[in-house]
Design a protein around this ligand. Sequence first.
Ligand code: HEM
Length: 157
Amino acid sequence: MPENSIPTLYEWAGGMPAFEELTNVFYDKVLKDELLEPVFKQMSGEHRLHVAHFIAEVFGGPELYSTEEGSHFKMIQKHLFKHLTEQHRKRWVTLLLQTADEINLPDDPEFRSAFVAYIEWGTRIAVLNSNTDQLLMNPTEPMPKWGWGVPGGPFPG
Ligand code: HEM
């Protein structure tokens, strides 16, 4: 397959409607979860849309979050002083992956490998930043850009 015909993770996932459905269904679950509900009960009405836009942009989608809603630095700042634990993180990941299955995000090995790798990375960074009182990050730090990684592209079948 020529390199320029490899879809982005964003395209492969189904574009913005897929990311919006993912975060909508996910945060409904979060608000029913006894461990996570107290952490998220004060989130804004736009939280789920912003997170959809953030993840979509990381996966090669339009630059909505970084141009209109925040930046990587602003996202990191939103986690400061939240004192998230590994238990919170694990539950967050579990519910997100359950949601991915429920809404039928592509389940080929290549897509899920890239998806889970980003979620592991991103959630661990969120926990680290929620427990520090000195943020050592350049405010102009660009958004992370995730690719297919070692598998190199979607499953050909
Ligand atoms: C890949 C992982 C993650 C991403 C991409 C992410 C993304 C974001 C974004 C974009 C915001 C700002 C939303 C806005 O502008 O309204 C935010 C806020 C927040 N996130 Fe995360 N997050 C991640 C992981 C986590 C985890 C694991 C937790 C806790 C278990 C968490 C807890 C929060 C909280 C409490 C806020 C602030 C909510 C409020 O405004 O009250 N995040 N996150």
